[in-house]
Design a binder for this molecule. Structure first.
Ligand SMILES: *Cc1c(COP(=O)(O)O)cnc(C)c1O
Length: 219
């Protein structure tokens, strides 16, 4: 499928497309940028830092991968959205670096919805405990803008749909219990190349698509 088609399909649903450019060169990213794309996602801090200098500075960079606390300092000055807040120790670090950079850093809570062990994220039954600790500490330099999740890697569309619906329930729960008066708690980041159509049908408003745009990755 060509880029323009994917882009239209996503903007017709009112969702934001994050083009996942990990493993791809600044030249390849530039080609997609020239087609009007501005949101790009990377999953490794070092790789992101290696690329940004070669690319226009109006790109909105998303950190979509597991984030080590000691790397937050590199991205804090410019990152558009961190999708992978999943523990208090990381919140503490983001807050500290946000303070230094004098910016409130937008984040999403990464929720574990897949059955696979390897996926990072908060367990659904630990979300309230996380939120209570988080609110106690009054982090002034973090904004939680929504949730992020990844479905199990499976052909079974029913399983994927169920997991996305679970993420929708988590979002509603968080909204009602902790963010009811917060107009900025709005983002539901889920859906990748293989499952973004189901994601848009279920209510996703931010999809992260890599291989469908850039082709297969060579690691
Ligand atoms: C790589 C990646 C994607 C995109 O995967 P594709 O299957 O290439 O679309 C989305 N989200 C995260 C967190 C990723 O690491």
């Amino acid at each position: 499928m060509i880029f323009q088609e994917i882009k239209e399909r996503i903007s017709d649903s009112g969702a934001t497309l994050v083009a996942v450019s990990k493993t791809h060169s600044p030249e390849e990213i530039r080609k997609i940028y020239d087609l009007g794309q501005r949101h790009f996602g990377e999953n490794k801090v070092q790789e992101l830092m290696d690329k940004i200098d070669d690319l226009p500075d109006d790109i909105k960079w998303h950190m979509i991968g597991h984030l080590q606390s000691n790397k937050v300092k590199y991205i804090a000055p410019f990152i558009h959205l961190i999708h992978s807040l999943d523990r208090i120790s990381l919140a503490k670090e983001i807050n500290k670096e946000g303070r230094k950079s004098e910016r409130i850093i937008p984040t999403l809570l990464q929720i574990k919805i897949a059955k696979e062990d390897s996926k990072f994220g908060l367990d659904i039954d630990k979300i309230d405990a996380f939120m209570e600790k988080y609110l106690e500490r009054k982090y002034e330099f973090i904004r939680i803008s929504g949730v992020m999740g990844m479905a199990t890697f499976t052909e079974d569309q029913g399983v994927i749909k169920k997991e996305f619906e679970n993420l929708e329930s988590v979002f509603s729960h968080l909204k009602e219990k902790y963010f009811v008066n917060d107009p900025e708690f709005i983002i539901k980041s889920y859906g990748m190349s293989s499952d973004y159509v189901i994601a848009l049908e279920t209510g996703s408003n931010m999809v992260r698509i890599g291989s469908l745009i850039f082709g297969e990755r060579n690691y």
